[in-house]
Write a protein that binds this ligand. Structure first.
Ligand SMILES: C[S@@+](CC[C@H](N)C(=O)[O-])C[C@H]1O[C@@H](n2cnc3c(N)ncnc32)[C@H](O)[C@@H]1O
Length: 210
């Protein structure tokens, strides 16, 4: 069993600004742990986490892969999250490079078909569009959950970028809830982007279908 990353450097005060790892975070860790052998064997060069929050998920990926040449990149719109992610990387000896940005905006073109592991536990809670827009604009803690219509307004944008980011052996791990319409996500990813999906209690999209 791979231990949960050490987050003892984060205080309850920090969690007023960043998302505290919760059940959805641990579902993602479980999925990664389940695939640990395959992930190690695939010798990933680039692991990109979108919306890293505390940095727990990327640090866990680092624990799975062990000392390696993997580049750990993360993005988050929330500057507190970027600082916490960096600190969590240091605390757990995983060299994570956080980028304060929305989704994959400043790096997308340079990472074309280069991402071997793509991770996203998004703001998936259905809310009014205005609430999601404001949370995105303010880049505060509400941005951790406010997902707009069907909880898909942020995730939907990333879904359109996944195929161009993933390498040939790339895998995309996405946390989703029923209200996001998981079947529809899988259908669209297959028919529009040629990506096969597997549902655990979450959506796990992987491997270009060619
Ligand atoms: C549910 S939290 C997940 C945090 C962490 N990955 C975890 O699993 O515990 C969602 C994260 O996505 C970030 N986020 C929201 N919108 C984003 C966007 N457009 N681009 C990048 N990150 C975003 C939030 O700030 C928050 O840190």
């Amino acid at each position: 069993m791979i231990p949960t990353p050490d987050l003892s450097h984060l205080r309850s005060e920090d969690y007023k600004h960043i998302y505290e790892p919760a059940e959805d975070t641990f579902i993602l860790l479980d999925a990664l742990e389940e695939d640990a052998e395959e992930l190690r064997r695939s010798k990933p060069l680039v692991c990109l986490e979108v919306g890293s929050g505390s940095g727990c998920v990327s640090a866990f990926a680092g624990a799975i892969l062990g000392p390696s040449t993997t580049l750990y990149l993360t993005t988050d719109i929330n500057p507190y999250a970027c600082r916490s992610t960096k600190a969590t990387g240091s605390q757990n000896r995983v060299p994570i490079e956080p980028i304060c940005a929305s989704l994959t905006n400043p790096i997308r073109t340079r990472l074309r078909h280069a991402v071997d592991i793509l991770l996203f536990n998004p703001p998936y809670v259905p809310t009014e569009t205005e609430e999601a827009d404001e949370a995105q604009h303010e880049a505060n803690i509400a941005g951790a959950w406010a997902g707009g219509q069907d909880g898909m307004e942020v995730t939907g944008v990333l879904l359109g970028q996944v195929e161009s980011l993933l390498s040939e052996k790339g895998r995309f791990y996405l946390v989703a809830v029923k209200q996001n319409d998981i079947k529809d996500i899988c259908d669209k990813m297959l028919h529009q982007h040629g990506l096969k999906g597997e549902v655990c209690p979450f959506v796990h999209l992987c491997v270009p279908n060619h």
